[in-house]
Structures are given as structure tokens and as C-alpha cells.
Design a protein around this ligand. Structure first.
Ligand code: HEM
Length: 435
């Protein structure tokens, strides 16, 4: 098998849009991510169209969007801010990456299962499930880079990284089964109490449980797919955002300037020693600089740093390179963000202004084949607006109420994984901000 590796936006447009039928995810992709096999993430063609339509109808439903938004608001106000207040009062350093994992896991899993896993509660429970998710995305990175025969032999013998992966997959499946059971028990209890009146509360899993297209294995894969789509991307994006802010403090000042008019309207209602101004997702929706700062992080540190496609038929790329049926195409989003022909001389700099019109009042249109962070074409991310809302809400609330600093000499570097986490976490300190 041959790899064709590219970071050329014209090739990307060809692969993801103009000739996308020739570049499916392919059978090997489904094998590499076997924990999600049968879910939208791993399928092509007609099956993909059916899965996508179902996901779209679920997450675009206004009631579901309302639940996702209120979960986000609650987790920020009752989880994230109290935790940071405690860290500020006790002047304790903490791992911001781990905190973001707790936040993004809870905001994702609560609407998916209709049960709050409570990772962001004051008890700070152990992170067995999220650790398992990390492993479930780390080991496939190595599967991408070695001949399939090698990792399949290791899987058969249950040795090396494959042994870790098997354990992680078991933890994840058990978690999903437990959440399904918890929800069913809740439904039964409500039905008994209220007789004929069915439980009208909302969650994503209920839309799948009685659907014959989603038998056990596919149901589990689908629910895990939701967790990965939401938790890994948002959590990772947040960590790199705070890292960028510690290196570019002027961006934080500009974000606060944009938040100030909303904050001053709310300040009168929030007096008291530990009082904080909090921002609802709806209130900050239109803030363009905040959005630009988030996009700039997602450009430089795309949570999913590589895309992989199979080649069905021989083809010629816009760059003039030929690919053959059976080849594999890899696209490095991380490299693309750092290429002068794509983003200009200052491509390595963290500069939210590149996203704004000259007077700074509007976001500029950037085509998705250049800003590939949410993918492009018919397989583009379905949760982009949700993810951006969850990122902006966490950022606005923390940015307004706290000063942040990186613990001195803490080594920040990416981990080798299908998700761009930090290898050593992100050790930070926060101080309660006095205006
Ligand atoms: C910062 C946040 C996010 C980023 C950067 C992101 C990025 C991506 C990327 C790169 C893909 C394509 C994956 C591939 O080609 O294999 C994707 C697909 C997808 N995303 Fe997101 N995502 C984010 C948040 C979310 C959220 C919050 C949800 C759910 C509510 C979501 C739902 C989906 C779904 C369902 C797909 C599959 C589309 C398909 O395969 O046809 N995403 N996302």
C-alpha cells in the first residue's frame, strides 16, 4: 500500500468535495477504529447518508439544542467556576487539560445519556472512562502508521499497545452499557410513578434504543462515537486555547474588552465576596473577537490533526500528483496551519485578527478546504456550532473572572494520538480577577 500525504488546499477540495465519491473512509479506517465500527464515523455511501440524517435530526431539534445549551451553562456555573475559585483561593497549581476533560465529558455525555456522569463534581471522581477514551484514540494512531498485519498480529496475541487498547475498549463498552441501564431504570421508575404518562425527558440515546437499525454493537459504537465527537474535540481545543493565551496575554485583554459591555449590564446583580459575572451561551453568541480567538486556536491546534481517506480509482490531484486505487491519502491539518502558501508569512503566529474584517466588526469567510478543522464537503462536522458554543462559553466565563498563568518550565508538547492532546498535561495557576 502507498501513502499520499498532502497539505495542499486544492487537493483537499478535490478529495473532500469535487471528487469525494472516489475518496471514502474505506474498510481499513473502519478496522483501525473498530471500537466505533458501524457508527457514522466509520461508514461510507448509503449507510453514511442514513446515519448522518439521523444525527442531524437529533442534534438540530430545538429541544435538544436547548438541553445541550443549558447543560453547558450549568456545568460552567456549577462546576468549572467553583473549581477554579477553589484553586485560586488555595493558590494550588492544577492540570487544566484534566479539568477540560471533565468539563467536555460532562457537557457531551449528559445529553447523550440523559444522565450526568458528574466528572466535574466537587468529589472529582477518577477518570477511568476518559483515560480509556484517550487510549482508544492513541493506539489507532500507531495502527495508522504500521502495516495492518503487524497490529493485527499484536491484537490476536493481545500484546503491546493492542493489549492496552483491548482493556480500554472494555472499559468504554461497560460505561456505555451502565449508562443505558441507568437511563432505562429511570424511565421505568417514572413510568411506574406516572402511570400512563410516558417520561418525556430528552436524551440522544432514546432515539436509538428502539430503532432496529441500531442493534447492540452498533448502538454502543454510535454512543461512543457521540462521546468522541464532542468530548475529545472541545476538551482539546480548550487546553490549547489557554496555552495560547498564556503566550499571548494581549488576546485575553481584547476578549475582556469585548465582554465588558455585557458584564457591566450584569454586574449590579452579582454582588458579594465570591460573586462572579457569568455569561450565558446566548449572550456571547455574536462576539466576533472571542470567536476569532477560538478559531485561531483550532487552526493552529486542530483537535483532529490528521484526516485519512482511501482511493477507489486511479486519479490525478490538482497538484499534478497521481494516486492509484488502493492507496491511502493522509492530510496533515497540523502542517497545513503552518504553511506560508496557505496562511501567509505569519502562519506560525497566534493572531485572531486574521479572522476579522479590516474594521474588526465581522468574521471573514474562510473556506473549509483551507480551515479543515471541522472537515469539509459532505462529511463535514455536524456539531460545529455546538462545539464552538461550548468552547466560547467556557472561555468567556473563565477569561472574565480569572487571570491565568502557566506553571514555570512546564513542558507543553503534543502527544502522538489521533487527537491532539498534550503529552504532559497543562499545569496552570489561576487568580481571582479583581476589576
Ligand atoms: C471543536 C469542536 C469540534 C471539532 C474540531 C470537530 C471536528 C470534526 C472533524 C474533523 C470531523 C470529521 C472526522 C472525520 O473525517 O473522520 C467531524 C465529524 C463529526 N462531528 Fe465534529 N467536531 C467538533 C465538535 C463536535 C460536536 C460537539 C459534535 C456533536 C454534537 C460533533 C459531531 C460530529 C459528527 C456527528 C461528525 C461525523 C460526520 C460524518 O462522518 O459524516 N462534532 N468533526
Amino acid at each position: 500500500m502507498q501513502f499520499f500525504i498532502t497539505s495542499d488546499p486544492q487537493n483537499v477540495r478535490h478529495i473532500f468535495t469535487s471528487n469525494h465519491a472516489n475518496y471514502p473512509k474505506g474498510e481499513e479506517f473502519a478496522e483501525i477504529f473498530d471500537i466505533m465500527r458501524g457508527s457514522l464515523f466509520t461508514v461510507d455511501g448509503e449507510s453514511c447518508r442514513r446515519h448522518r440524517a439521523k444525527v442531524q435530526s437529533i442534534i438540530c431539534n430545538p429541544q435538544m439544542l436547548g438541553l445541550i445549551t443549558s447543560t453547558c451553562r450549568d456545568k460552567v456555573e456549577k462546576g468549572l467556576l467553583p473549581f477554579l475559585t477553589h484553586m485560586a483561593n488555595t493558590e494550588t497549581a492544577f492540570d487544566m487539560q484534566q479539568l477540560n476533560t471533565r468539563y467536555s465529558f460532562d457537557v457531551t455525555a449528559t445529553p447523550v445519556f440523559g444522565v450526568d456522569p458528574g466528572l466535574l463534581s466537587t468529589a472529582m471522581p477518577p477518570l477511568h472512562t476518559t483515560d480509556a477514551m484517550d487510549t482508544a484514540l492513541e493506539v489507532p494512531f500507531f495502527r495508522h502508521t504500521m502495516p495492518a498485519l503487524c497490529w493485527k498480529v499484536m491484537r490476536r496475541l493481545n500484546i503491546g499497545p493492542e493489549k492496552r487498547l483491548a482493556t480500554a475498549q472494555k472499559v468504554l463498552r461497560e460505561f456505555v452499557v451502565k449508562m443505558i441501564e441507568t437511563r432505562k431504570a429511570h424511565h421505568r421508575a417514572v413510568d411506574q410513578e406516572e402511570g400512563e404518562e410516558a417520561d418525556a425527558s430528552l436524551d440522544i440515546q432514546s432515539s436509538y434504543i428502539n430503532d432496529p437499525d441500531y442493534a447492540d454493537e452498533v448502538l454502543h459504537a454510535t454512543l461512543i462515537n457521540y462521546l468522541v465527537a464532542g468530548r475529545d474535540t472541545v476538551g482539546t481545543g480548550l487546553s490549547w486555547f489557554w496555552y495560547n493565551i498564556t503566550r499571548n496575554p494581549s488576546v485575553l485583554l481584547t476578549i475582556r474588552k469585548e465582554l465588558a459591555p455585557i458584564a457591566s449590564r450584569k454586574a449590579a446583580a452579582t454582588k458579594g465576596p465570591n460573586a462572579m459575572v457569568t455569561f450565558d451561551p446566548e449572550e456571547i453568541k455574536e462576539l466576533v473577537y472571542l470567536q476569532a480567538a477560538v478559531f485561531e486556536t483550532l487552526r493552529l491546534y486542530p483537535p483532529a490533526p490528521i484526516e485519512r481517506k482511501a482511493v477507489l480509482h486511479d486519479d490525478i490531484m490538482p497538484s499534478g500528483h497521481g494516486v492509484r486505487a488502493g492507496d491511502t491519502v493522509l492530510i496533515s491539518l497540523y502542517a497545513m496551519a503552518r504553511m506560508e502558501p496557505v496562511w501567509g508569512d505569519d502562519c506560525q503566529e497566534y493572531r485572531p485578527e486574521r479572522w476579522l474584517s479590516d474594521d474588526g466588526s465581522k468574521l471573514q469567510y474562510v473556506p473549509s478546504h483551507k480551515f479543515l478543522t471541522f472537515s469539509s464537503g459532505p462529511r463535514m462536522c455536524l456539531g460545529k456550532d455546538i462545539g464552538v458554543m461550548q468552547l466560547k462559553t467556557a472561555v468567556a466565563n473563565v477569561a472574565w473572572n480569572f487571570d491565568v498563568e502557566l506553571v514555570e518550565r512546564h513542558p507543553v508538547e503534543p502527544k502522538l494520538s489521533c487527537i491532539l492532546q498534550m503529552k504532559n498535561g497543562l499545569m496552570m495557576k489561576v487568580k481571582k480577577r479583581v476589576e
